[in-house]
Design a protein around this ligand. Structure first.
Ligand code: NAP
Length: 253
């Protein structure tokens, strides 16, 4: 990994949600331009080696800083070091962003209803999209669906409401739908593919998944992405290729 591809950026704040989930904000160099939904490659020196991992940007493309949402992977070379991050520390940031989980990829069907389905830290790119006014003007309905194991892992809930008020002011078609899979008392507690097959997700949204109108984005656990893709295909939705189709995905590991 050539170090010339990176700039050194400073950590401005760290927020810990649980023992294994945290967010951090760092400086954004003027050259780092990205589209909501894209990811950055962040590097850490572990001994002499530069270890690099992909992180979707949480911040809006218009923010002056860059925010990221991370899990601590047990024994992971990167996050077991990253979890000790402190304000003032330095991280490497690759100069260009990556990724195609962006709303611009959709040509057909035309934008109407947007379903953003996340597990865990897969929420990140959707927070970025929702902090872009264009998302709110493009779609009549937006459903943000966020599946976690326990209530404590439901990060960013206050921020989601704040974003909906600020960016979606006057927009009446937004719904936040949390799923807590290991809490039988939660309103929704089954995994996404089950909730799609049995109609509970659509019931919670008050809307239907429609091959003629729906854009569906999946981000997070690769097993969730695979299984949910199949559940959506069974409902007649198709993968988005060369602009056409309903489903776009990003695996997180
Ligand atoms: P997770 O196991 O991904 O669970 C988050 C949510 O996804 C839960 O609601 C879970 O439901 C659901 N889920 C899991 N598999 C699913 C499937 N096949 N279909 C539908 N929903 C599914 O939890 P996490 O805390 O975000 O991540 C767990 C582990 O993933 C970590 O401990 C870490 O080792 C690894 N991870 C690795 C990386 C990496 O970069 N290498 C990044 C993130 C996470 P259930 O409660 O029913 O399982």
């Amino acid at each position: 990994m050539s170090i010339e591809k990176f700039t050194l950026e400073k950590v401005l704040s760290v927020h810990r949600w649980t023992n294994t989930l945290f967010s951090f904000i760092m400086t954004r160099p003027a050259h780092f331009k990205f589209t909501a939904g894209q990811f950055a490659r962040i590097g850490l020196k572990v001994g002499d080696e530069l270890v690099v991992r992909a992180y979707s940007v949480v911040s809006s493309p218009f923010d002056e800083t860059l925010e990221f949402f991370s899990i601590v992977v047990p024994d992971g070379a990167f996050t077991s070091n990253l979890q000790h991050l402190q304000v003032g520390d330095e991280l490497y940031l690759e100069k260009i962003p990556y990724g195609f989980l962006t709303l611009a990829r959709y040509q057909l069907p035309a934008p109407h209803d947007l379903w953003l389905l996340a597990t865990g830290t897969g929420l990140a790119p959707f927070l970025s999209m929702l902090q872009d006014f264009e998302t709110w003007t493009k779609y009549q309905h937006i459903y943000l669906v966020y599946s976690v194991r326990t209530e404590a892992e439901l990060a960013y809930v206050d921020k989601i409401h704040e974003i909906a008020e600020t960016f979606g002011e006057g927009h009446t078609g937004f719904k936040f739908i949390p799923i807590i899979t290991r809490d039988p008392q939660a309103d929704l507690h089954d995994r996404l593919p089950i909730l799609i097959a049995n109609g509970e997700l659509e019931q919670a949204a008050g809307s239907v998944l429609n091959p003629e109108t729906s854009h569906v984005m999946l981000c997070g656990n690769p097993a969730m992405v695979d299984d949910t893709k199949e559940a959506l295909k069974a409902r007649g939705l198709s993968m988005n290729r060369r602009g056409e189709g309903n489903i776009a995905v990003e695996n997180y590991w």
